[in-house]
Design a protein around this ligand. Sequence first.
Ligand SMILES: [Fe+2]
Ligand SMILES: [Fe+2]
Ligand SMILES: [Fe+2]
Length: 414
Amino acid sequence: MKTSINLKDFFNSLSTALDFTYSGLSGHHRRVAYMAVMLAKKLRLPDERIRTLYMSSIIHDIGAITMRERNLLAQLEIEDPFTHSEMGYRMVKNIQFLEPMSHIIKSHHDSWRGGNPSGLRGNEIPLESRIINAVDRLDVLLNKNAAYILEQSEEAISRLSVLAGRIIDPDIFAELSELASAESFWLDLDYQFLPDLLEKLLAGYDFYVKDDMLSDDLLFDVSSLFARVIDSKSVFTHKHSRLVAAVAAKLSLVSGLSQEDADKMLMAGLLHDLGKLSVPEEILEKPGKLSPEEFRIIKKHTYYTYRILDNIPGFDEINRWASFHHEKLDGSGYPFRLNGENIPTGSRIMAVSDVFSALTEDRPYRMGLPRQRVVEILGNMSPEGLDPQVVKNLVNNYDLFEALPKRLDPLTPE
Ligand SMILES: [Fe+2]
Ligand SMILES: [Fe+2]
Ligand SMILES: [Fe+2]
């Protein structure tokens, strides 16, 4: 695919999807990453460690997949902090390049005093994990809705001091309270300024992967990682994104696209439902018909996929192919109401791949539909919605596509 992508931009953007909560975007990962890097710079950590710390902190709660789980992490003393830490560790450790991050994520709630599943205590806990733990707890203490953050600062630090020496490293706490004595530290946490501030804070660090091949592998691996997060959100969709990706890549080839474009379609397929992380799982899993209000919430997902991928330089085409998958040729789709020629071929292929995958997947309440039904439904959805030529390309090569779901490995990130 030959892409030279800045990993910072890539992680930054994808992590936005992890910040969706019932009340909207929380900004939690971004604030934690900002505070973690500020602390690491104060502690004079070497550049390489700051890079790894940044990428770990910006996705540290990746193992907390549902909004229900993420809600529970907002308490100061979390009842079970280790399930999502272990889950995150297992998800990340299989990606060779990210392996150093996995141990940081695994221990990001390890108590200073010990008693952790990792068996570590005190200084044995990775320094990066101790940093994340401290700033993560501080972030939880803040009332983000309050307009006057400075009024909370003293109380937040005094409440955090109760955890020092017990849950968080007392030395890190001391360094953090020194940082926090400056008003600017608190004012920086304003969501509006954070993206720019992070950009400036990390300006001197090189987040490019030099080797093109390695860079492509890594983009693919991290996209697969997010695909797993998206798909794990609901039992209905346990391998949907990966199936859509496989179908889209194959359908691109039989539709005459180049291998390079098919590789891009694979990435686009993995990420096409990224915005679904903004939809509460209660709605995704609702057994009956959706209310108009619920359907409006579902409709936001492709918009969010678009906005999130839009922040990754060099991803324009992948973004269009991924995010326009609910647009329809007659202009009645969503969220941009594109029509006809305004919908690129890649997006048309993605739309067909999405419908095909949804119909052939086994769901808890029904098995995947047989070929005859699938062909009939795809036929009924074109030419107003789906591109008839793309549908034809799939139907004429049905055997190729029928075999795909069985080849996907199970979801458990082992
Ligand atoms: Fe956490
Ligand atoms: Fe979708
Ligand atoms: Fe989808």
